[in-house]
Design a protein around this ligand. Structure first.
Ligand code: SME
Length: 159
């Protein structure tokens, strides 16, 4: 399927309704998990123009390993409980960080980053990875984004 540019609405409920429709298009045509995550990272990069990194870290034993993403090269592995991603995994809870320099243990991949959001990916009771997004704008991600993204990533479940 070729990418059809879309104009995302400014209001969050409409924005997330469109984001889910966009993701569903790609999830519907491909069952392979790498393809699903790769296209999701690209859709998110288009939808969030002020995000400088959109992608995934996937559980691999006792660490998270980087998966498909859009952005600058990033740290390959993050330990359980380390950084914002490892904290989301350990606490089993999304993290919304207004200013990463204020988050103890934040792992910096791009010194332009100010805000970050990390959303666990669930398969029943198990976390199999996290969605990670960074922004150059402080306070860019809000609780509305947490709610919208938690709903959106349900489309990604491993097949
Ligand atoms: N900042 C993350 C590391 C990954 S990069 O943002 C892509 C963290 O603290 O876990």
């Amino acid at each position: 399927m070729s990418y059809i540019p879309v104009e995302y609405p400014k209001e969050k409920p409409e924005f997330y309704a469109m984001l889910r429709r966009q993701l569903a298009l790609y999830m519907g045509e491909e069952q392979n998990l790498t393809a699903r995550l790769a296209n999701t990272s690209a859709v998110l990069a288009q939808a969030f123009p002020d995000a400088n990194w959109t992608g995934f870290y996937l559980v691999d034993g006792d660490s998270l390993v980087v998966g498909p993403f859009q952005g600058k090269p990033a740290v390959s592995r993050i330990g359980f409980g380390k950084g914002v991603c490892g904290t989301a995994w350990a606490q089993r809870k999304s993290q919304v960080v207004e200013e990463v320099s204020c988050f103890a243990g934040h792992i910096a991949c791009d010194c332009d980053t100010h805000a970050e959001i990390v959303i666990p990916l669930w398969d029943g009771e198990n976390i199999w990875g996290v969605l990670d997004m960074d922004s150059v704008l402080p306070g860019y991600f809000t609780d509305q984004d947490r709610i919208g993204l938690e709903e959106a990533v349900k489309l990604l479940r491993p097949c």
